[in-house]
Design a protein around this ligand. Structure first.
Ligand code: ADP
Ligand code: XUL
Length: 517
């Protein structure tokens, strides 16, 4: 009998699972199911539904539920000892919201049917707006004005209003579909929706993911009355309670016990967002460490003791699963922008890496502003790629330009945090690419460390499950499991090149933003 802990990760493009054995301190299972490939009947591309308006980005919540069945079936078929699982937690892409007419069925799921059949038509909204949606500018302005402007909103909720944050999204739903809003009994986040399926009842929202809603008072960690009032009527009774990330909801839903053989005593924990989970999966349990996640989005984050908000309003303050605060900046044009360049020049990732090897640091001054999608930071409302001294046909030049742009943008827009990192821990799908990591190290003038497990969000969820179940310290739980394995050292000659190029990049950005992109 072993002591296993399961961490699930419902991200933009896939559902993943990591199982850790706490006695041997090993990751014993690590798997990922890509939605487009595994569940093609939902018609998603990169996990999202096509929409004629590029600002509207939704995904089907039933797809996430079906992926859970496929994943548990896979684990059962592969002989994973699910009976040894002591606790389960999870991670969800942040900000996305799920709207339910009723949640009664959750405690009464029939294991002879699939989750999709069981859930039937419980949704009051068939699709869920996700973090890539940027269609709520009007609602952001309305809420921000009502709360007293940018600074006041940021100090109240941890961030000024952002299009993808749940509050503005709920307000848009209420304004455009008032009947469906009235017909909604429960509004969940992706994380709390998945946790509700696992626990068999409406799950709380943890403080980490709760801070991404523009609805939580970042100081008291309770719902902010004025924010609720200005977002939509009768909102408080539609939202679940807020809870610490270490809160235990109960034992696992009998559906997973009867159908897949999960330990009936396994504890179901509250889930959190992918970024708060990554804080744990990367061992960021001390102040001053910085991490960069190169997932669908690129995020730059670190932990801090006190709540200090970004005066420019670009960054966020969330709550870390440790109970401390975490800062975060989200760049939407992450992996999808790198992929767009790679595909437009007919390259695979090896070809992309070769292009990076064959071009000089600084790219002879060639610059790209890579707004393939509307950008979050800096705020760019309409997509559009801008090139300076760079020919669109120059394949290798464009590959280098997109990565250098992303790294220089991170350097410029993270200055407000006032932390010159001494080490950067890197995670996410693109963190396996050494050429990208070298550019990161040289632009940031800081060594970059990789991890054996690239899905730090799922690992963080598994570690959170173990920490809560065993009531252990974070140091004890993560030692030997969430340790970096190797690093990219800084090349000072390259850093000197970037110290100059970053000035040109900032000017190009100012020019483009001044022209109101
Ligand atoms: P998410 O968790 O947001 O769904 P992941 O962290 O799983 O995303 O990252 C997936 C992305 O990783 C893919 O979209 C792909 O662009 C990128 N990726 C995979 N392999 C490589 C590679 N060798 N070099 C650069 N990027 C890669
Ligand atoms: C963070 C953000 C994204 C999503 C998806 O604010 O919007 O990082 O969490 O990864």
């Amino acid at each position: 009998m072993s002591n296993l802990y399961l961490g699930l990760d419902a991200s933009t493009q896939s559902l993943s699972a990591i199982i850790i054995d706490i006695d041997t301190r090993k990751v014993v299972y690590d798997v990922s199911l890509n939605y487009d490939e595994t569940l093609p009947h939902y018609g998603t591309q990169n996990g999202v539904l096509d929409h004629p308006d590029p600002k509207i980005v939704h995904s089907p919540p039933l797809m996430w539920a079906e992926a859970l069945d496929v994943l548990f079936e896979k684990m059962k078929t592969e002989g994973i000892p699910l009976g040894d699982i002591r606790a389960i937690s999870g991670s969800g892409q942040q900000h996305g919201s799920v709207y339910l007419k009723t949640a009664e069925i959750l405690s009464n799921l029939d294991p002879s049917k699939s989750l999709v059949e069981n859930l039937g038509d419980i949704f009051s909204r068939d699709t869920s707006p996700i973090w890539m949606d940027s269609s709520t500018r009007a609602e952001c302005d309305e809420i921000c004005d009502a709360l007293g402007g940018l600074q006041a909103t940021a100090s109240a909720t941890g961030s000024t209003t952002f299009e993808r944050f749940t509050g503005p999204q709920i307000r848009k739903f209420y304004k455009t579909q008032p009947d469906a809003y009235n017909n909604t009994a429960h509004i969940m986040l992706v994380s709390s929706f998945m946790a509700s399926l696992i626990a068999g009842k409406v799950a709380p929202i943890d403080h980490g993911d709760g801070a991404g809603m523009n609805l939580m008072d970042i100081q008291t960690r309770t719902y902010h009355a004025a924010a609720l009032g200005t977002t939509a009527p009768d909102l408080s009774h539609r939202l679940p309670p807020l809870a610490e990330s270490r809160a235990i909801i109960g034992t696992v839903n009998p559906y997973f016990v009867d159908k897949y053989g999960v330990n009936p005593n396994a504890q179901a924990l509250v889930w959190s967002g992918d970024n708060p989970n990554s804080v744990i999966g990367l061992g960021l349990i001390r102040e001053g460490l910085v991490a960069i996640s190169l997932g669908t989005s690129d995020t730059y984050f670190g932990t801090m003791r006190n709540c200090q908000t970004d005066p420019r309003g670009e960054g966020h303050v969330f709550v870390s699963p440790t109970g401390d605060y975490m800062t975060l900046i989200c760049f939407k044009n992450g992996s999808l922008a790198r992929e767009a360049v790679r595909k437009s020049h007919g390259l695979d990732w090896n070809g992309f890496s070769h292009a990076l090897q064959s071009t000089p640091p600084g790219n002879n001054g060639k610059i790209m502003l890579p707004y393939f999608e509307p950008e979050i930071v800096p705020n760019v409302l309409n997509s559009g790629v801008h090139r300076f001294d760079l020919d669109e046909q120059d394949a290798a030049g464009n590959c280098r330009a997109v990565v250098e742009a992303q790294m220089m943008s991170m350097r410029i827009h993270s200055e407000w945090m006032g932390v010159r990192p001494s080490a950067i821990y890197v995670t996410g799908g693109a963190s396996v690419n050494p050429e990208i990591l070298q550019i990161m190290a040289d632009v940031q003038n800081c060594p970059v460390h990789q991890f054996e497990v690239t899905n730090s969000a799922a690992l963080g969820a598994a570690l959170r499950a173990a920490q809560a179940h065993l009531n252990a310290t974070w140091e004890d739980i993560s030692k030997g499991i969430a340790d970096p394995i190797s690093g990219s050292a800084v090349n000072p000659t390259n850093t000197a090149v970037y110290d100059e190029l970053v000035k040109k990049y900032a000017e190009c950005e100012q020019t483009a933003l001044g022209n109101k992109l």
